[in-house]
Design a protein around this ligand. Structure first.
Ligand code: C2E
Ligand code: MG
Ligand code: MG
Ligand code: MG
Length: 286
């Protein structure tokens, strides 16, 4: 397979396509009402300060436990939810739940943790979203910068002027803004400077291919670019010591990946945070 097949949106019609449409329809049907039936759950993946090994944040990652279909991963159901429009309700639920969990943490003295939530393009184009989130945070008495919103390059490039406006609105309320999966979408460096970003997340495809010289060089260039734009840098998909050392040596701020923890239920995250707060144990010392 050539690389082009993987990166360009070419539709290839095969005998399998009927099958795929059927499963999409099936997913969509099973998904409608899933929210009301309480089938969704948020898992949190720890984000670790590279230098100290301290847990400083967590990314909310949606899980769907379908009684009918079993556990379905977000890579399969999020695109379907976007096409059907269900993502709006689901996304709002995720945001609300993340704010509730921030409040839970705050109430037990864990008020330094930042929670990151992924926003779909459809949510991002909803201009009142930031106002709504800000109000939820205000009601829960949570410092807005504790919430980080993650958007991908394609979300931003889709509709440039709306995107900038939506980002300005998010920043106006003091929330934090991250560009996710950086380097894998269609972003233009020319536009990057227009975006009021706080954080850049290096995609796991770079992390997991660092042993290739050219990938390592590109990754270093991304780090340099982010530095010059004054962005906090999070490396995603860190699975090995070597990968962690690479990013630490090159001054990445935070690391996220299976080396530290898989995404875990909120309860488990809070236990982990309590344990780290009450002992000197952290991800570097354990
Ligand atoms: P993402 O935002 O880039 O999230 C990172 C993905 O990498 C997660 O997959 C996470 O479980 C996985 N991951 C983390 N560490 C490692 C590692 O060390 N190795 C490997 N191989 N993978 C790692 P997950 O949970 O399956 O989510 C996939 C994508 O689904 C997310 O990518 C995000 O784009 C989307 N997603 C998840 N939750 C939501 C949500 O609430 N709303 C929206 N709109 N999208 C979501
Ligand atoms: Mg993300
Ligand atoms: Mg990502
Ligand atoms: Mg991704």
């Amino acid at each position: 397979k050539s690389r082009l097949d993987k990166t360009l949106p070419i539709c290839i019609y095969t005998a399998d396509i009927g099958q795929e449409i059927e499963s999409r329809a099936e997913l969509e049907r099973a998904m409608s009402g899933a929210l009301g039936r309480g089938e969704f759950e948020i898992y949190y993946q720890p984000q670790v300060e590279a230098l100290t090994g301290r847990l400083v944040g967590a990314e909310a990652l949606l899980r769907w436990h379908s009684p009918e279909l079993g556990d379905v991963g977000p890579e399969s159901f999020i695109p379907v939810a976007e096409q059907s429009g269900l993502i709006n309700a689901i996304g709002q639920w995720v945001l609300r739940k993340a704010c509730e969990d921030l409040k839970l943490m705050k109430d037990i003295g864990l008020d330094h943790i930042r929670i990151a939530v992924n926003l779909s393009p459809l949510q991002f184009s909803n201009m009142t979203l930031a106002d709504e989130i800000a109000e939820t945070l205000r009601n829960a008495d949570i410092e807005p910068s504790r919430l980080e919103l993650e958007v991908t390059e394609s979300t931003l490039m889709n509709n440039m002027s709306t995107a900038v406006e939506a980002m300005m609105n998010i920043k106006k309320h003091g929330m934090s803004l991250a560009i996710d999966d950086f380097g894998t979408g269609y972003s233009s460096l020319k536009h990057l400077q227009l975006f009021p970003l706080d954080c850049l997340k290096i995609d796991k495809c770079f992390t997991q291919d660092l042993s290739r010289k050219s990938t390592a060089e590109i990754t270093l260039s991304i780090i340099e670019l982010a530095r010059r734009l004054n962005l906090r840098i999070i490396a995603e998909g860190v699975e090995t010591r070597e990968q962690a050392d690479f990013f630490r040596q090159h001054n990445c701020d935070e690391l996220q990946g299976y080396l530290y923890s898989k995404p875990i239920p909120a309860k488990a995250l809070i236990e982990l945070m309590k344990q780290q707060a009450s002992t000197r144990i952290n991800f570097n010392t354990q």
